[in-house]
Design a protein around this ligand. Structure first.
Ligand code: 13P
Length: 284
């Protein structure tokens, strides 16, 4: 089934009221855990990559892992670039084989955000890949971008409509009260905005800051139009905890494959739970 863009995936998810899980992969192991779990559950899935991860491994290494795993899987898999404000990096990802990209110019004033996002739209169109764009500011830390609580602000509905008209993203990420990282209190989700924005723009909504949200919050957001939900922190924790857990159980073992297998099993437990919760199992 292999390497696909988000176009059909999002249309199907919106139509049948489920969300595609979008995981920030860190390396080959995390990508393998994600693709194999999604395949087992016959779920469409998005592997997304932060700029920091690309800088560490390089474009070609990640694109090669993706092609190798996705082309041999019986499910659609997207390789997506997460939050990026650099058009050059976006172009390099497209050239290397990413099937989807995100421009995040949300820290700039509205007009500049529109201008930069539209440039990304042109790059995406030229290559036939899908585009996600953001408005408002999502709090917390993601990659090297950090938004303090006092700077985080929700996306305005009217501005969202104007933004989507001008940029025409395939996927829209308005800030609606979620945050990247670990929640310190109960997040206040602006459900009314999700609903209004989804209805008015008719564009699939990307929900950021998935780690730590309650099951009923996910379900409500999906019912209102969120078709892609991002998970990063949870995977990072499972990755590290899986290693530590094995070390505690086997303090004298120095066989890396056993550690790696344990880490993978640890990650798979939550990936399975999330895919089933989002309703995308069996939708490949
Ligand atoms: P979490 O780290 O909170 O899961 O958020 C992930 C995300 O939204 C990536 O863009």
């Amino acid at each position: 089934m292999a390497c696909v863009t988000m176009k059909t995936m999002l249309a199907e998810a919106k139509k049948h009221h489920y969300a595609v899980a979008a995981y920030n992969i860190i390396d080959y192991l995390t990508l393998k855990a994600l693709v194999e779990t999604a395949e087992k559950l016959q779920a469409p899935v998005v592997a997304q990559v932060s700029v920091k991860t690309i800088k560490f491994w390089g474009y070609d290494a990640i694109a090669t892992w993706y092609r190798q795993l996705a082309e041999n899987a019986s499910i659609p898999v997207v390789l997506h670039l997460d939050h990026c404000k650099d058009l050059e990096v976006i172009q390099k990802c497209i050239d290397a084989g990413w099937t989807s990209v995100m421009i995040d110019a949300s820290s700039y004033p509205f007009e500049k955000n529109v201008e930069m996002s539209f440039k990304a739209r042109e790059l995406a169109d030229r290559a036939g890949v899908t585009l996600e764009a953001e408005l408002g500011q999502i709090g917390g830390v993601e990659d090297d971008m950090s938004v303090a609580d006092e700077d985080a602000h929700l996306a305005d509905v009217e501005k969202s409509i104007a933004f989507c008209k001008q940029v025409r993203p395939d996927l829209f990420a308005p800030a609606i009260g979620t945050a990247h990282g670990v929640y310190r209190g109960e997040p206040k989700i602006a459900y009314d905005r999700i609903e209004q924005i989804a209805n008015e723009t008719q564009i699939a909504i990307a929900l950021h800051g998935g780690t730590g949200l309650a099951d009923d919050v996910f379900k409500k957001c999906i019912s209102l139009g969120c078709a892609k939900i991002n998970i990063s922190t949870m995977l990072k924790h499972d990755y590290i905890d899986g290693f530590i857990d094995y070390r505690k159980q086997q303090p004298t073992d120095y066989e890396p494959i056993k550690f790696i297998q344990h880490q993978m099993d640890h990650m798979i437990l939550n990936i399975e739970k999330i895919i089933k919760l989002f309703g995308s199992a069996g939708k490949a």
